[in-house]
Every structure is written in C-alpha cells, then in structure tokens.
Design a protein around this ligand. Structure first.
Ligand code: DGY
Length: 418
C-alpha cells in the first residue's frame, strides 16, 4: 500500500508542469479540465498548496461567459491534434471552445473539508467558489436554454466519454463532409484499436468547425448543434457539484452562491428522473433533438448515483454493478458487457476507468451501500497492482489500455488508499 501510494505520488510529480498537470506525457500534453480537478484531490494528499494551484490555474482561463474550457493549451506541442490553430477561440492563452464535466465544486469542497490549514484554504477557496458558481450559471443557461433542469452537451468530448455507444445514434445526424483534411496524433501514442474510429473523429471535427464558424458564441451554439444530448453522468456530476458548492459557500458565508446552487441541485435532481429507464434499471441519455431516451446502457447512467438520487435508484444501480461484477472480472465497465456493442478495449465502449469507479463508489457509499462501494474499490486497486497506472483497463482481462503513467488514475489511487 505504501509503495502504491509512493508510485502514485511520483506520477503526479512527473506530470506536474508547475502550475498545472498534464494527463500523461505525449498523448495529452496540456491541461484538461476535469482531469485537473480530480488530480487536485491527489495532490491534496501530500501538497495542499499545489492542489489549490491546480484548480486556480484552470479557472484563470475561464471565459467571460462563464464557460471553463476543456483544454488549456499552455505551451506549443504539435504532438496533439486538434491544437489551438484548429480551435481558433481567440483567447490570449489558447483554449478549446467546449467544456467538460463540472467536477470542480465537488473537488473544492472535499479538499477544503480535509484541509489542515483551514484559514489559508478559506482564503484561496473563496475566489474559486465565485468562479465555479459562474460556470454552473453558464451551464444552466447556455446548455439548458429552456430551463428544464437538465443540461445538454453539444460535443461528445464534453461528456469526457468521447466515443461512448450513447453517441452512435445522435451521431448519425452529424455530417462529416467538407471538413478540412487532418492527421490524427492520438494514434501515434496509443494503440488505434483502443481509440475512437476515423468515422467518429470526422464528426468530432465537423462539430468543431461548425461551432468555429459561429465564433464560439455560446448564446447560439446549443440550438445550432445537430448534437444535443442530455447525459445523466454529466448532469449528476453537475448536480453534485452544485450541492457541494452550496455547502461550501454556506460555510464561507457566501449566501447568494449557496442558495443559487442549492436550488440548481434540487431542480436538477428532480429533472434527472426523466432519464430513468425501468427496463434497464439505470439512467439513460436523452437525445434532446428527438426528445427520446437512447437505448444504450452505459456507465453514464450509473455515474448518476454520484448525485444524491433516491435510495431506490441507488439500490438499483448497486444491483446492476453487483451483477456485472459477477459476469466480468473487473468493475465498472463503461458499457454493459451483455450488450453486443460492448468493446472491451476501445476507450469508452467497454473499458473500466478509475475516475468513474471513484465517482460511483463515492455515491454508493453516501447511499449506505458500502459493500458494492468496496467491491469497486478492491477491483480498482487490483487493476493497478496488475497493470500499473494506465488510462483505462479491459474489464474482462485487466489488461492496461490507452496511455500509461496516467495522472488522474494515480490521483484516484491516492483517494482509494485514504
Ligand atoms: C482527446 O483528444 O482524445 C480528448 O479526449 C479530447 O479532449
């Protein structure tokens, strides 16, 4: 255990670029949004100051409209595609033009709660709280323009689950003609069989170019995007962050932020019920352009337990995971292995991810389901012991996939070892 923790901290140090951390050398050479917030939890285990700095750096690049971009291109690196020349968002330090799961509210509260130097932490977290609040306000206005209580993602990269089976159906409406010729770089660093396909990349880029033509104006992008999907995972993370931000703001005496976020969490949690599927015993994605649920039992619908869903829902999600644990060796697969579309090694179409395991086990533990939470934790640590600190793992064999010496995997190990 001590040696696992040591190895994990070493990976964080190795990928530390001073004020931000790269997810892994080569494949991801910049700062990623939710990677950073989850990585901050890992830093907090041995360097609180560095944990706050990780999040402060991210929020220093918040857009005037409140959006926190998914990539901050702190330095040039032509080993990654699509880079700043493709995004063209016009920021002084270049950033991408879309966002990622809003896990910052949760991370900030957790780090603050455990903080050994409360006074110093309070001083730093105070300004973060205001910025996170602005991000939440952005999401509930720009991505929920009709005030339904559920935000949509307008690009699969926003979900963090880039090539999930969830997007296959809505992706049929995204064209791929007319995009500029490009060369992928991800497949120089990772096995192409573990990565998204060319057909998917073409559509990722079509959407990017479409938004760029509309000058990244978030007032119009939601309605103009042929891809508008309500992801239970994305929403649950946001709902949890709203609730956590409310609690944190309350403690700091920021009353307005507290009440606004309490209201958002309450409304979001109620609206989330629209995504419940009795047949699957889990939440599903909703295609906002057709208003129908997408028949794809992915881990997005299990991450929902990270928000304080009812006991019945948490129980059903716990049962799904227990059942999957009996069928495959390692949990939690990112897609139900019983579905013929399941692909054990391909990124978000089957592999298990430690960050997801962490969010789900945290939600289950909060719902009092300690045994399933412990199954997930044990599985996670077995994967590490067997395959090292990989980006993700084949849930049937435990084989490490994607990039290696991965920052947020290491950070989650530090959390699981607490
Ligand atoms: C990638 O490039 O694979 C990322 O997931 C997009 O952020």
């Amino acid at each position: 255990r001590a040696s696992l923790a040591r190895r994990a901290s070493q990976i964080l140090r190795e990928n530390d670029r001073g004020a931000y951390t790269v997810p892994t050398k080569g494949l991801y050479p910049f700062q990623w949004n939710w990677d950073s917030c989850l990585t901050a939890l890992g830093f907090a285990a041995f360097d609180e100051d560095r944990a706050w700095r990780e999040m402060e750096t991210l929020f220093a690049h918040q857009w005037p409209d409140g959006m926190v971009p998914h990539i901050i291109f702190h330095q040039d690196d032509d080993g990654y595609f699509p880079g700043p020349d493709v995004w063209q968002t016009g920021r002084s330090v270049p950033t991408s033009g879309i966002t990622q799961p809003a896990v910052a509210g949760f991370a900030a509260r957790r780090i603050f709660e455990r903080s050994k130097d409360k006074a110093a932490s309070a001083a730093r977290v105070r300004s973060l709280v205001q910025k996170i609040d602005r991000w939440h306000a952005f999401l509930y206005s720009a991505r929920d323009p009709r005030g339904e209580g559920l935000v949509a993602i307008i690009h699969p990269w926003e979900s963090g689950r880039d090539n999930a089976i969830d997007w296959d159906e809505p992706f049929q409406r995204v064209p791929s003609e007319g995009i500029a010729p490009y060369r992928r770089r991800d497949v120089d660093h990772a096995d192409p069989a573990h990565r998204p396909t060319k057909e998917q990349y073409d559509r990722y880029l079509w959407l990017l170019e479409h938004f760029r033509r509309h000058e990244w104006d978030n007032e119009v992008l939601h309605d103009l995007s042929p891809f508008r999907v309500v992801d239970p995972g994305f929403n649950a993370i946001l709902i949890r962050s709203c609730a956590d931000l409310a609690a944190l703001a309350e403690e700091l005496g920021a009353k307005k932020v507290a009440s606004a976020n309490r209201a958002r969490a309450k409304k979001g949690l109620k609206a989330l019920e629209r995504l419940w599927s009795e047949r699957h015993g889990q939440y599903l994605c909703l295609d906002r352009t057709t208003e129908s649920l997408i028949d794809s039992p992915s881990v997005g619908g299990l991450i929902a337990v990270f928000a304080a869903v009812s006991e019945a829902r948490a129980g059903a999600i716990g049962a799904r995971i227990t059942e999957m644990a009996e069928r495959c060796c390692y949990v939690v697969p990112s897609h139900d292995p019983a579905d013929p579309r399941f692909d054990a090694k391909r990124y978000w179409r089957g592999p298990a991810w430690l960050i997801v395991n962490y969010l789900i086990s945290d939600g289950l533990a909060a719902a009092g389901m300690d045994a399933v939470a412990e199954t997930i934790r044990a599985s996670s640590l077995q994967l590490i012991e067997k395959g090292g600190f990989a980006e993700y793992y084949d849930p049937l064999t435990g084989e490490p996939c994607g990039g290696d010496r991965f920052t947020w995997t290491a950070a989650m190990v530090l959390e699981f070892l607490r």
